[in-house]
Design a protein around this ligand. Structure first.
Ligand code: SF4
Length: 348
């Protein structure tokens, strides 16, 4: 059994935040060792033509040995890796070297997440002073010629904060300041998928009348970011419309790819990176089962969620778990995963 490429991401230290929108869910932080990371690489190596190893799938670079781990992941991988536009906000405001290290790796854009002003951002990030640290991070990035990209997870509870954010962006003169070093500031809003912690905020999901409350500049920034003509391409359609459409869809599907990405939690349980690592996505345990069984389970769609999607027609999943009366907005892919998760939870 050989895959074209395997990307294995080990949740070595978890995350300092507890974001209420987190699609990966909230689980206790681990404290794994370098040899744990080496063990993961060793397990997958013979099954991949190209292996890629990451020491995180929640907050990157969170622990003091981040440089050592970056180098080790490169050594354990079959080629150089890009540093994503995700960083540790926790670290950037505490470790002066960090931003310079990011720049040296070629990072020129960094994504930061706001939920409104200080009160909402601290609440939704699950950490006191998160808002102040994010604003401090913006300044550090710009000073070091890295463009911030602000994402805003919008729901019925924080939509009224958008004018404040627009004003903040204007007052901080972010567009011009990024242009000064040939960077590009961007800002966008979306709801996020309805997985993990964000599923618990389902009652606050936007309905069509809320879209009229989104200020014009926010719409323009968001359309530009996603490269779409219509803001509804970002927010999707009402659950009722999707329900009616998918009720006629008797397709089954498989999530199997020749280039899978796996999330490995601190206890070495392995999940495909399709939704939150919940038990019905579990493929096996690297320590107890080994990679061969985990990969076999993946390839034959043997996690509960994969098996359901492969054997139960979509219309049956929709009929059982969808809500025809709901006007909540979803994109179609997010809605399908949301219903699949609900369906699986009911089975267990
Ligand atoms: S969204 Fe990111 S920063 Fe927030 S809790 Fe999840 S992993 Fe951590």
């Amino acid at each position: 059994m050989k895959f074209n490429r395997i990307t294995a991401c080990l949740d070595m230290f978890g995350c300092p935040n507890r974001c209420k929108h987190c699609w990966i869910g909230s689980s206790p932080n681990g404290n794994l060792t370098v040899s744990d990371l080496e063990f993961v690489a060793e397990q997958f190596r013979t099954f991949a033509d190209y292996l890629e190893i990451y020491d995180w799938y929640r907050e990157p670079d969170y622990k003091n040995n981040y440089k050592q781990l970056w180098n080790l992941c490169n050594d354990l991988s079959d080629g150089p890796r890009d540093h994503f536009e995700l960083i540790s906000v926790y670290r950037i405001v505490r470790d002066k070297e960090y931003v310079k290290w990011l720049y040296s790796l070629g990072v020129r854009n960094v994504q930061l997440t706001l939920f409104g002003g200080a009160e909402k951002t601290d609440y939704y990030t699950g950490r006191k002073n998160a808002y102040n640290e994010i604003l401090e991070a913006v300044e550090i990035l710009i000073k070091n010629r890295i463009s911030p990209r602000i994402q805003f997870f919008v729901n019925k509870d924080n939509i009224e904060e958008l004018p404040f954010i627009e004003k903040l962006i204007k007052n901080l003169n972010l567009d011009e300041r990024c242009k000064n070093f040939d960077g590009g500031f961007s800002f966008f809003i979306h709801q996020g998928s309805c997985c993990g912690e964000n599923e618990k905020l389902n009652e606050f999901r936007l309905t069509p009348e809320d879209v009229n409350k989104i200020p014009e500049a926010t719409i323009e920034y968001t359309k530009k970011h996603f490269n779409v003509e219509n803001i509804m391409d970002v927010f999707g359609r009402t659950e009722r419309e999707l329900y009616d459409e998918l009720l006629k869809d008797n397709s089954i599907d498989t999530f199997v790819s020749d280039k899978p990405v796996f999330y490995i939690d601190k206890d070495f349980n392995v999940y495909p990176n399709i939704s939150a690592p919940e038990n019905f996505w579990l493929l096996g345990n690297l320590k107890l089962d080994g990679a061969e069984i985990v990969l076999k389970n993946y390839k034959s769609s043997d996690s509960v969620a994969q098996r359901v999607r492969k054997t139960v027609p979509l219309c049956d999943i929709v009929r059982k778990t969808g809500d025809h009366e709901s006007l909540k907005l979803f994109t179609k892919p997010d809605y399908k995963i949301y219903l699949l998760n609900k369906y699986c939870r009911n089975l267990l």
